[in-house]
Design a binder for this molecule. Structure first.
Ligand code: AMP
Length: 295
């Protein structure tokens, strides 16, 4: 007898949000726990880890593949974002996924579309400042995806830390019934966080890119030795600039509010600190982050 998520089951493809919701609703009525992994495709081992967590915790798993136009700025990489649908399906087949949700842009943004979800607070700084409108696009598409796939649990990566904080905030504020689960970052052997955008790096850029993860490790060591946050940040930015990066930000923040720890009152207790960074190498923008021990 096969378990509900046996790896041999064929993938079921669905592109219609209403039909997708009906499939999930039927599974939930039958008492199944439904897991959901939203993606933009170009799948790699980081995505696989979210799927593995979902299949481990749920009875039926949906993965969405949708390159969401509203989260890209006008000068960003929407049109050249890697689209590898056949390879993605080959990757998902052995992982025990039940449904692949592949909505069209028109299906997600019907004619006359006039609604955006705006999250303030954790969305205001960093990516929110460098990519105006980005988190409105993210929050809007995730709200729509969770409407089409009203899962028991939805899985997101720590890799996009600020995004995960924004989604947790939105889910709490909109009283969404889906539990948001945030999973650890999967890295290449040299520490570079896996990302669909790593394919943009030239060979020399690729070998330099691991310096970002090394800067996080070094920052964590200095933090553990009691070095002051501002000093750690300055040293990290300087070393990355010397290596040829343009540093949009490299900061130690409270991981929920995304407020820099240097702006917090000295007596602020209970802060969970995290380094977040975005760096550019040539035309490729890379983000990464690392949790720090509380002080
Ligand atoms: P994307 O397809 O880039 O929108 O990512 C889909 C999901 O996979 C998001 O929740 C990401 O945070 C997550 N993800 C992307 N890269 C990684 C990684 N290296 N490790 C873990 N999760 C990741």
């Amino acid at each position: 007898m096969n378990s509900p998520h046996t790896p041999t089951q064929p993938l079921v493809f669905e592109s219609d949000p209403v039909a997708m919701r009906a499939r999930v609703a039927e599974a939930l009525r039958g008492g199944l726990r439904v897991g959901f992994v939203p993606t933009m495709g170009a799948l790699h081992a980081g995505h696989d880890s979210l799927v593995a967590r979902a299949t481990g915790e749920c009875d039926a798993v949906a993965v969405s593949i949708f390159v969401n136009p509203t989260q890209f700025g006008p000068r960003e990489d929407y049109s050249r974002y890697p689209r590898t649908f056949e390879a993605d399906c080959g990757r998902l087949r052995p992982l025990g996924v039940r449904w692949v949700f592949t909505p069209s842009v028109e299906g997600m943004y019907p004619a006359g579309d006039a609604t955006r979800v705006h999250v303030a607070g954790p969305a205001d700084r960093w990516e929110g400042a460098f990519r105006p409108g980005h988190f409105d696009g993210v929050a809007t598409v995730v709200a729509k995806l969770l409407s089409a796939v009203p899962a028991t649990k939805a899985y997101f990566g720590e890799k996009d830390w600020q995004q995960s904080a924004v989604i947790r905030r939105m889910a709490a504020d909109l009283l969404l019934p889906t539990e948001i689960v945030v999973c650890p970052t999967v890295r290449e052997a040299d520490g570079l966080a896996m990302s669909s955008r790593n394919v943009y790096l030239s060979a020399p850029e690729r070998s330099r890119a691991a310096a970002i993860a090394r800067s996080l490790e070094r920052g964590s060591e200095l933090w553990d030795r009691g070095v002051e946050a501002g000093e750690i940040e300055r040293a990290a930015r300087e070393s990355l600039v010397e290596l040829g990066f343009e540093v949009d930000y490299w900061s130690i923040v409270c991981e929920d509010s995304l407020v820099p720890v240097v702006e917090l009152p000295a007596a602020a207790g209970g802060v969970r600190p995290r380094i977040i960074t975005a760096c550019r190498l040539g035309s490729t923008r890379l983000i990464d982050n690392r949790g720090l021990s509380p002080r």
